[in-house]
Each structure stands twice: as C-alpha cells, then as structure tokens.
Design a binder for this molecule. Structure first.
Ligand code: PA5
Length: 470
C-alpha cells in the first residue's frame, strides 16, 4: 500500500519569501520535536491518549470482534441505519461514509449497496429530522428493517437525547415490544445515563472506550460500527492508521509527518497566520475536512495553558472545496490578509474517471476534449497552488495515491497525532472542552432541567437586548 505524503515545500521561505519558514528554523527545532515525539510515545495509551492504541491489539481485536459479531447478528436485511449523535459522536461516521461510499449510496437499489441506507441525524433541526423520519417511517414494511444506532459517551447531550427519545418512541409505536432489538447503543461501558437506559431496556451495546474522547473516537466502535454495517473495510482503515502511527512515532523527526505538520502550523499561528484552511480537491474528502475542523478547533482552542495562565490558544480551521471554492474563496486567500495557511488534499489516481468526449467544434474549448476530469481537477489544484505561491501564501499538500480505507485510516491517525503534538507545543490540554460543557449546561437551564435553574437566570441576564433591538 502506498503511503499518503505531506509535501510542505511551499511553506518554506525559498517559495513564499518572508511569509514562509526558513529551513534553518525547522532544522533548529529538530531537538525540540524529537523530545515532543518522545513524550507522546512515552504517554501514549495512558489517560486521554488511549485513542492512540485503537489501531493495535488488544483494543483493535476486541472492538473489531464485537463490531463484526453485531453486524453479523443484525444480518443483511437491515434497510435503514439511523445514527444519532453529535460532534465527535457523528462527524467521523459522516466523514467515513462520504469518503468511502458513493455520494449516491442511499439512492442505490439494495443489491448495488453493501449495506443499509445510512442517515446520520447530527442536529435537532425539526425540518431535517422530520423529513428523515417521514421518509423512513412512511414505508411500514421497510421500517421493520430499521436499526437505530445511538452514540453518546455521556448519554446526556441534549441533542442526542432528544433524537433518541423521538426514535425510541417511533420504534416502540411501530414495532411494539420487540423494539429494543432495533437499537444499538454506543456509550460508556460502565457509567452514565445512556448506560443505565441500555441496561434497563436490554439494547445491544458497544463501548466508547475508556480514555477516548469524542473527537478522537472515530477508529473505535463509534466510527467502526456504521462503517462496517455499510461494507467499509474497517481492517484496512485500522491498518492504515497503524502504519501512519509508526511513521509518526519516529524520532527521526524530519521523516515524521505529524511532528513537521504540528510544528509548521503552530509556527505559522505564532507568526500571524492562525487561519488553517483544509481544501480537498475531491468531493469525497470534504467531510473529512469537516471532521478535521472539530478536531483542530475543540482540541486547541483553549483559554488557559497547563499552568493555568490565560493564553487564548488555538487556530481557526476552515474547510474549502477545490475546484468549487476557487470561484468563491481563493480571491480572498490570494489577495486578502496573509493570515492563512492552506492545506490541499490531492488524490493522484481516481478509481473512477471520465474522459471529456470529442465532438464539439469550438476552437477555445478543443484543449479539453479527450482529457480526463481528474487531469483537469488536479491541474486546477496545481494552478491554485502556483497562484498562492506567487503571492507568498504558504500552503502544503497531503497527497493520497488513491482514495481507499487504508489511506483514510492514515489521514485520521496523522491528524490526531498532529493535534496531540500541537497541544504539547501550545502547552494546553488538548482533550478537554470546558467551553462546550458551558453551552451544554446553559441549554439544560433553558430547557428546564432541574438543578440548572441558575444557568437560565445567568443566560437571560447576559443576553438581554430589549433596548438594542430595532
Ligand atoms: O469531541 C467531543 O468530546 C464532543 O464533540 C462530544 O463528542 C459531543 O459533545 C457529544 O458528546 P457525547 O458523546 O457525550 O454525547
């Protein structure tokens, strides 16, 4: 299997002038990066870093075994798999499906799909949820072949809880007593509200493993179950992650893509470029850019460092899509404030390609005829890269030889280790999310959860805008 690679030449001063980083600065950082890598290697598999061992036995054997056994037990007849979750409990599922299954997957007839149709309800928008439930529920015989997969580590996230109460009630109403056989819950194996519900109602369960936070959980049963249900090769995914893990454990840091990427992006952040764009030239990778957005934002955006000092750390992740956003964002990226680093995702060889046919007699368009769409797509990427270099805008490319589960596994492990390394550079806790918790508690208060009354009062007082509303 060919490795995905990081091409960072266009981050350096010889390509983008004073907006780049000098090779001598990178060379000087080698001892620091070796020591950070050493520290990550020493603490891997402990505390909140247990995500690091997900691609390896014994965690891997346990999770893959449980996931495959459950997929087999549910059998090939499941027609709708409805995933309930939000944030780290949904983004990975969406990203894997988008990257590794056709965009038209849910529209295909059953014999052309490797599994059930997949619906991920990652919000509480009444329109979006109402339309999905109407679609699934309208066809009663098909509804019998629906499985609801609720994913929540805590079991208390209001959005997921609301989705779950809705779906549980629909299952119960339409299927009667056996409804519990249609629920698979992925939650904390020992604690929490969801765990208690599972125990009381007898759902099939899979673990959100101890020491694995939501945004680092895609290679645990959280992401593996829906992927395996839809026929994604989860072993190839984990093999890819394991291979990338080895590369990113190397103390020879100039061969370690996570160490280089973390250091470059944190250097750029310090040097006035805190906006980090990820721009796939491949529609299927767009939702992986969305997954990256959460990982980078929630892990690194922190008010205090590990000593408690206020630092307001972090960088703003942005997603864009090539070529589409060349006609929307690149004007800004090229001529606006030079405060960004643009990361391209490039696929060298597309599994399916289309040749633009001959037959149109138009002199100015003849050059296109006979060429493939992937040649055009990658030429556009190279042209954008060139335009950015011309105006001294640093950029890098993560290159996929081809788009498959092995490459996606590499990509996921690369960004998770890069994030952990950036957290060490910033000296912050990359694994907590105090600001998200504040929002969750304020929501409890506003929705009338007992014990959270003071949160409602605080919110109402802080947000009063009666005088300023015109
Ligand atoms: O990354 C995270 O920790 C968060 O995005 C959580 O996954 C998200 O808030 C959902 O939490 P839970 O799984 O407890 O419902």
């Amino acid at each position: 299997m060919s490795p995905i690679t990081l091409d960072y030449a266009k981050c350096l001063t010889d390509r983008v002038g004073k907006h780049g980083i000098a090779v001598r600065d990178l060379d000087a950082a080698v001892p620091e990066l070796a020591s950070l890598t050493e520290s990550l290697n020493r603490t891997r598999g402990t505390g909140w870093q247990r995500w690091r061992d997900l691609p390896f036995d014994p965690a891997r054997r346990e999770h893959v075994g449980k996931v495959r056994a459950l997929v087999e037990k549910l059998g090939p007849d499941v027609e709708n798999l409805v995933v309930l979750g939000i944030g780290g409990s949904a983004l990975g599922n969406i990203a894997l499906q988008a990257a590794l299954k056709p965009a038209t997957y849910n529209l295909l007839p059953r014999d052309l799909r490797d599994g059930p149709r997949l619906f991920v309800l990652d919000n509480v928008d009444p329109h979006a949820i109402g339309q999905t439930l109407t679609f699934i529920g309208n066809d009663d015989p098909e509804f019998r072949r629906t499985v609801v997969n609720v994913i929540s580590k805590s079991g208390e996230t209001a959005e997921t809880a609301a989705q779950f109460i809705l779906l549980r009630s629909m299952l119960k109403r339409m299927l009667g007593d056996g409804f519990a056989d249609h629920v698979v819950a992925i939650t904390d194996p020992a604690r929490g509200t969801m765990r208690a519900i599972c125990d009381a109602e007898g759902y099939a369960t899979l673990p959100v493993p101890e020491g694995v936070g939501g945004r680092f959980s895609v290679l645990s049963p959280v992401g593996l179950f829906s992927a395996a249900m839809c026929g994604i090769d989860i072993d190839a995914l984990l093999d890819g992650a394991a291979e990338m893990d080895k590369r990113c454990s190397s103390n020879d840091v100039l061969k370690n893509p996570a160490a280089i990427l973390a250091w470059l992006l944190m250097q750029f952040t310090k040097r006035g470029k805190p906006n980090h764009v990820l721009m796939p030239y491949c529609n299927a990778l767009y939702m992986l850019a969305d997954w990256y957005r959460q990982l980078w934002a929630e892990s690194l955006g922190k008010r205090v460092d590990l000593s408690g000092k206020e630092v307001f750390a972090g960088a703003t992740p942005i997603k864009a899509l090539g070529t589409t956003d060349q006609h929307s964002q690149v004007q800004l990226y090229r001529e606006g404030p030079n405060d960004k680093v643009i990361g391209f995702l490039e696929v060298e060889s597309f599994e399916e390609d289309i040749t633009i046919p001959h037959g149109l007699d138009a002199e100015n368009l003849n050059y296109l005829q006979g060429q493939t769409l992937s040649t055009l797509l990658n030429a556009e990427k190279r042209a954008t890269e060139y335009a950015l270099v011309e105006s001294e805008r640093p950029n890098f490319t993560i290159r996929f030889p081809r788009l498959d589960a092995h490459a996606v596994g590499q990509f996921i492990q690369l960004w998770e280790i890069t994030t952990a390394c950036a957290g060490l550079i910033l000296n912050i806790d990359a694994y907590d999310q105090p600001a998200v918790e504040t929002g969750k508690k304020a929501t409890f208060g506003l929705m009338g959860r007992p014990g959270y009354e003071q949160w409602k009062m605080k919110v109402d007082a802080a947000l009063d805008s009666s005088v300023q509303t015109v």
